[in-house]
Design a protein around this ligand. Structure first.
Ligand code: ZN
Ligand code: ZN
Length: 277
């Protein structure tokens, strides 16, 4: 980490203020420790956390909103994960719409398609994605998309439905460089997880270099996908500093300046104000 950022809020110790744009604080592995994890993140300079519900039942979304309401620097994203797309019926959507009345809810998701695991059928995932895109438009919120081995079909559905005017992010991007550029052209931000720190992530590292700086986001996806040197261990928001550092190195960028840019990108997408030093 570089010593100071002249372009953005600085955290204690001169670290640049960082944002984890995608973590799962209501996950059963993190929920009980959420307050401690948020404090550890803050100590590491991670000043804003965007926590996603979506996995499992609507109780995960409720817990996610409750955590965000208890912590000033935590925001919530509510929706139905592609793995649970079969549960995305009218009742669940009404529940999400209700939760989205909270001022701490800043996006709808994570929705999308996962053709690697296919825990829900492809049809159910496609319908759920379409419903989320329409709901995000209705609520004037951005959409957070999970896309695994499904980049062409997700891009096609977004083209058919239209990207909600508030925009969106492709979280934990793992596709090819041309696919990333197609999403950028559609208006998305591209979010990179700890996978870019893995030595065997060659093409993804190239992609992380080529994404325009004003479309770049970083995330942990905690408790999944811990970056090096914690690979294989439980992940937590504090570690987003490692992913930011890796991307800055790959791009030959000053880490403080890149952190400030990514904070500004996240603030623009999710509509929160950049924290003051
Ligand atoms: Zn995901
Ligand atoms: Zn996630």
């Amino acid at each position: 980490m570089d010593k100071a950022s002249h372009t953005g809020a600085a955290a204690p110790g001169g670290l640049p203020a960082l944002v984890d744009t995608h973590c799962h604080l209501a996950d059963e592995r993190l929920r009980a420790d959420a307050a401690a994890l948020i404090a550890r993140a803050d100590a590491a300079g991670v000043r804003v956390l965007v926590s996603v519900g979506a996995i499992g039942s609507i109780q995960t979304d409720r817990d996610t909103v409750a955590i965000a309401e208890r912590h000033q620097n935590v925001y919530a994203v509510v929706g139905v994960h592609p793995h649970n797309a079969a549960d995305c019926d009218q009742r669940r959507l009404d529940g999400i719409r209700g939760l989205a009345r909270s001022k701490k809810v800043v996006a709808i998701g994570e929705t999308g398609m996962d053709l690697h695991y296919q825990h829900s059928t492809r049809d159910a995932q496609e319908q759920s994605l379409r419903r989320h895109l329409r709901l995000a438009r209705e609520l004037s919120l951005p959409v957070v998309i999970h896309c695994r081995k499904a980049e062409p079909i997700v891009a096609q559905i977004v083209r058919e439905e239209g990207l909600p005017p508030a925009g969106g992010a492709i979280h934990c991007f793992t596709g090819s460089t041309p696919e990333a550029m197609r999403f950028v052209e559609l208006g998305f931000y591209i979010s990179f997880s700890g996978i870019v720190t893995f030595k065997n992530a060659g093409t993804l590292r190239d992609t992380a270099c080529l994404i325009p700086e004003d479309r770049l986001l970083v995330e942990t996806d905690a408790p999944y996908l811990a970056p090096e040197p914690y690979r294989g261990r439980p992940n937590e928001p504090a570690y987003v500093a490692l992913t930011l550092g890796a991307i800055a190195k790959l791009r030959n960028a000053q880490p403080g300046a890149l952190a400030a840019r990514i904070m500004a990108n996240a603030a623009a997408l999710f509509g929160f104000s950049v924290p003051h030093p």
